[in-house]
Design a protein around this ligand. Structure first.
Ligand code: SF4
Ligand code: SF4
Length: 256
């Protein structure tokens, strides 16, 4: 185990619309796709930093199966991390429509499908498709009936040290965005929330680690991902609560 597992969103939008979505996919009203070239550039550099060894890479979204070049990301992920787990996180709704080339790449490149059982997918059909195509499947959850509602303090007046100390996201949900690595998904994805609601939660340079900067080492990455960042002052981890799953009404109260 290297202690480094990370996520990257290849689409920002989603074909489900879950309230409380931590990636703010309901706030993304137009399709947004990550270019394959950008992914390759970041994965190449991160592979150099890690010596090509990680715990696992999670390719996700939004809904990653909406990306017309999804297989190119799977191929590139496996190319840069040949020995470790490369997982595709999806809600599974579109699996029934995926072409043979998708299944072929998943099988040949040893890509595992990880699926949270949200409403809207036929889970029996997904199991049959994976078995028929020889592709590994892991259910990430029981049928989703509850979500965690993580809240923001829009004023940024929280005690960041305290919020960081009680945080269960830090270091376990590393996110890549635009060549930077973030210790959690919130600063990496907040631009969608800000754009939709007209809020101004600020992402500081120090919230992310520029992996393309000279001299970044694996030790520096490991140290950074567990550090408090300026963005922690927006979090209300003390007020997080379990709530029933429901479709988003794109209401700011779902996140505050
Ligand atoms: S399926 Fe996942 S990415 Fe899509 S809206 Fe629900 S929580 Fe967000
Ligand atoms: S911003 Fe800080 S406190 Fe908030 S989820 Fe990320 S690491 Fe945790």
């Amino acid at each position: 185990m290297t202690g480094v597992q990370f996520e990257i969103s290849i689409t920002e939008h989603c074909n489900l619309n879950c309230a409380y979505c931590t990636h703010f996919a309901p706030c993304v009203t137009e399709p947004e796709f990550l270019p394959v070239g950008s992914f390759r550039k970041d994965m190449k550099r991160f592979s150099e930093i890690t010596g090509g060894r990680i715990d696992y890479l999670k390719i996700m979204g939004g809904e990653p199966l909406l990306h017309p070049e999804v297989t190119e990301f799977l191929i590139a992920g496996r190319e840069y991390f040949p020995q470790d787990a490369v997982d595709l996180y999806t809600n599974g709704i579109l699996l029934k429509d995926m072409p043979d080339t998708f299944w072929d790449v998943c099988r040949r490149k040893d890509i595992r499908l990880v699926i949270a059982r949200y409403p809207g997918a036929d889970h029996g059909q997904i199991e049959r498709l994976c078995a028929a195509n020889g592709v590994a499947l892991r259910w990430a959850s029981e049928p989703v009936k509850v979500m965690i509602r993580y809240k923001f303090d829009l004023t940024g007046q929280q005690d960041g040290a305290y919020q960081h100390r009680i945080c269960n996201q830090c270091g376990t949900n590393l996110q890549f965005r635009d060549g930077k690595l973030y210790p959690c998904c919130r600063p990496a994805n907040i631009k969608h929330f800000n754009r939709y609601f007209g809020t101004k939660l600020k992402v500081a340079d120090a919230d992310g680690l520029d992996i393309h900067a000279p001299g970044v080492t694996l030790d520096a990455v490991k140290e950074f991902i567990y550090k408090q960042i300026p963005f922690c002052r927006y979090c209300r981890n003390d007020a997080a609560e379990s709530v029933p799953w429901k479709p988003s009404e794109r209401n700011i109260e779902e996140w505050t």
